[in-house]
Design a protein around this ligand. Structure first.
Ligand code: FAD
Ligand code: AMP
Length: 476
């Protein structure tokens, strides 16, 4: 007889593993099926995020930023370091250690919470049964049964025929975390979040980096005042970001990649030592559901779900990157918690208006809520205020006084509608803004909140004052 659970979760990324833990916390007997195999050939929990996404990229960003600061920033304090060098294999090994610690941490959490971890590929047979096979094999080894199923199968990098990855010279984001030497010239197709982060890593380590981006607008989802400032900062750092370009072909010859692309000046050529393809991610629904079940996908291939993450099949839910909405780890985790609550008979809710976004470049970019251009387009009455980090004491002391905090609020009600930050630790500062949006705060609420001095958070306080032209540490 098939082993039986209250809930079976397919996928142990940040959506699936969080859902599984919350389910057991709520008293539901839960199994989590995951097929990930790490580069040592071992099963590893945590999905894209822990293995080849959020965590390893942040580790390399930190390493490269430390190296860059020591060379270019610490001199301002009189700190002289001669013959600075970086050992790339040691840097990669640090990243691997952090990844390994955190992925095994999920295994420990599963044990502590009594989540049954099953290594293998899960395929939904009939809405109540999941067939498991060894990763890479089509031979079923076991079938398990559950009252409710949560699909959290995540996403994979998009490939483009014009630049086929070979795992060596032309790579996707996963390959870009494994270079063992700094490429002299690096090409990046796609100047979105992932491309910018990975390009920054290698640029700080010494690569000349060229981005080829299809769109004419840089970071269209970002408030355009912030995006313009980002472009200015990135250009100053030497990043070459070419907008409005279409790659026609990329071919590997010996140690070089020859790229042909259509740009502002017609068809052009570019030679690089390595090429990263970072043009987005696609939902992973490969061999996930028996076709006769009729699981509905949307027109972009995401599993179709309602606001409670219910699919069209009874008691089958889907969460994380495989469904609509931002492809972000914390969005998937929140959906996992909400679905667990619903299955346990409670109420689950995700406030999609309050999802923070972060790009971990230097300076970092972070935002929550609506942009000024979106409010303008919608014809909504708004007011805006900004405060530069150049006038923030802590940022000055840190030698990182670039960028700004910008707040947009409803013109009549004063409710905070969006907060947009480019600057030091924007990723951390955005948390206060998320809370403000979650609690429907007004800029007056932020203005009346005491912020410690001297801190970077004072820039947020000042931006809330600037909305009504009463910032204290800048001329209004
Ligand atoms: P995934 O993490 O993709 O996990 C899905 C899991 O399901 C995988 O382990 C997969 O093997 C398994 N699986 C799939 N199908 C099956 C099946 N049929 N049977 C069994 N197992 C299956 N997001 C952020 O929020 N912050 C960041 O800083 C950030 N940085 C990123 C950097 C990079 C380089 C990349 C690539 C992504 C980054 N992301 C970041 C995005 C983030 O990784 C994803 O949004 C997140 O991992 C999605 O979580 P998930 O649980 O939906 O899916
Ligand atoms: P993101 O959506 O943040 O993952 O970023 C992906 C980026 O790649 C977006 O800015 C896209 O416009 C860009 N992009 C997608 N396809 C191509 C392509 N064929 N050539 C260049 N850029 C692309």
């Amino acid at each position: 007889m098939a082993k039986s659970y209250d809930v079976v979760v397919i996928g142990a990324g940040p959506a699936g593993y969080v859902a599984a833990i919350r389910c057991t916390q709520l008293g539901l007997r839960t199994a989590c099926v995951d097929e990930w195999v790490n580069k040592k050939g071992e099963p590893a929990l945590g999905g894209t995020c822990l293995n080849v996404g959020c965590i390893p990229s942040k580790d390399l960003l930190q390493a490269s930023e430390n190296y860059h600061r020591l060379q270019h920033q610490f001199g301002a304090y009189g700190i002289r370091a001669e013959k600075v060098s970086i050992d790339i294999p040691t840097m990669i090994a640090h990243k691997d250690r952090v990844v390994n610690d955190l992925t095994s941490g999920i295994a420990t959490l599963f044990k502590a919470n009594k989540v049954t971890a099953i290594h293998g590929h899960g395929r939904l047979l009939d809405g109540k049964h999941v067939e498991i096979s060894d990763p890479g094999s089509n031979k079923p080894k076991e079938t398990i049964q559950a009252q409710s199923i949560i699909i959290a199968s995540g996403s994979d990098p998009v490939d483009i025929g014009e630049a086929p990855t070979d795992g060596n010279r032309i790579v996707n984001s996963t390959g870009a975390l494994e270079f063992l030497e700094v490429p002299k010239r690096l090409g990046v197709i796609g100047a979105g979040t992932i491309g910018l982060e990975l390009g920054s890593v290698w640029q700080r380590l010494g690569s000349e980096v060229v981005f080829l981006e299809a769109l004419d607008t840089f970071l269209p989802a970002v408030d355009q005042q912030i995006a313009k400032e980002a472009m200015r900062q990135f250009k100053r750092q030497g990043l070459d970001i070419q907008l409005g370009t279409r790659v026609v072909s990329a071919t590997v010859k010996q140690k070089q990649v020859s790229i042909r692309y259509h740009g502002k000046n017609g068809e052009q050529g570019l030679k690089v030592n390595r090429l990263i393809v970072a043009v987005g991610r696609r939902p992973n629904t490969d061999n996930l559901v028996s076709p006769e079940l009729g699981l509905l996908l949307d027109e972009r291939g995401f599993i179709n779900v309602n606001e409670e993450c219910r699919t069209n099949l009874p008691d089958v839910y889907a969460i994380g990157d495989v469904v609509r909405g931002p492809m972000l780890a914390h969005k998937g985790s929140e959906e996992g918690i909400a679905v667990a609550e619903v299955i346990a008979g409670g109420i689950g809710h995700v406030n999609y208006e309050a999802v923070p976004w972060v790009i971990y470049t230097a300076p970092e970019i972070a935002w929550v809520g609506r942009t000024e251009q979106a409010l303008k387009e919608a014809g909504e009455p708004y007011k805006a205020g900004a405060f530069p980090f150049a006038a923030n004491g802590r940022a000055r002391a840190m030698e990182e006084a670039v960028g700004m905090v910008k707040i947009v609020a409803h013109k009549d009600t004063d409710r905070v509608l969006g907060v947009h930050i480019i600057g030091p630790f924007a990723s951390e500062l955005i948390a206060e803004a998320v809370l403000a949006i979650e609690y429907s705060a007004s800029t007056e609420d932020l203005a009346r909140t005491i912020h410690a001095h001297p801190t970077l958070s004072e820039a947020l306080h000042e931006a809330s004052l600037a909305v009504d032209k009463r910032a204290l540490h800048k001329a209004n």
